[in-house]
Design a protein around this ligand. Structure first.
Ligand code: URA
Length: 200
């Protein structure tokens, strides 16, 4: 049976060739890379952001700009390194002008995210921002609990997956600290992850 790295490689190959994607033309015109995800393939915690920004699309790496620096600081505040977790996005290509992802873009890329979850089998899915929160809460049958991110951040929700139970933890997107939200609020939310933080 193929191992996790090989299975994740297959997803990468498919996304690279995804010329029916709504963002494929924009990617190739700008010589951008798709951003698949990065980190431990045995991670206990998977972080799911929104979509790559310019830095990410130019390098193919998630959260490598200003939001990424905030993410690293938040991870450090609970003694975690990026290498110990897996970081990805719901949308795998950069939307033009940093606009919000469109529903058809989320719909197109979500099956790739679903596969990443099935392969990595995280114990905790930590969503970063309202788009991944909305998708993940619905995916795991928790739509009835869905409220605004200001009411949801830092709460824990239990769900069942094909591989066992999972905790869903909605978090603010790290960019909110870049735009002025008090980082201490984000640190307090991240502290919840500490109890799950050791590797499998
Ligand atoms: N914002 C995101 O949601 N994802 C990234 O990879 C970078 C910025």
């Amino acid at each position: 049976m193929a191992n996790r790295t090989e299975l994740l490689r297959e997803i990468k190959d498919k996304i690279i060739k995804a010329n029916n994607s709504p963002l494929y033309g924009y990617r190739t015109k700008n010589k951008y890379f798709p951003v698949i995800g990065e980190g431990s393939h045995d991670a206990k915690i998977m972080f799911i952001g929104e979509a790559p920004g310019k830095n990410e699309a130019e390098t193919g790496r998630p959260f490598c700009g200003a939001s990424g620096r905030v993410l690293d600081e938040l991870l450090q505040s609970i003694g975690l390194d990026r290498k110990e977790v897996y970081v990805t996005n719901i949308v795998k290509d950069r939307p033009p002008d940093n606009r919000d992802p469109l529903p058809n873009e989320i719909e197109y890329y979500a099956p790739f995210l679903d596969r990443q979850i099935e392969i990595i089998k995280p114990e905790v899915v930590a969503t970063l921002g309202r788009f991944s929160m909305g998708y993940i809460m619905k995916k795991f049958g928790l739509e009835a609990e869905l409220k605004s991110i200001s009411q949801m951040h830092g709460k824990e929700f239990g769900a069942k997956t094909s591989y066992g139970s999972v905790k869903i933890i909605p978090l603010y997107h790290p960019a909110v600290a870049v735009y002025g939200t008090d980082k201490e609020i984000l640190k307090k939310d991240f502290a919840i992850l500490k109890k799950f933080s050791k590797r499998k």
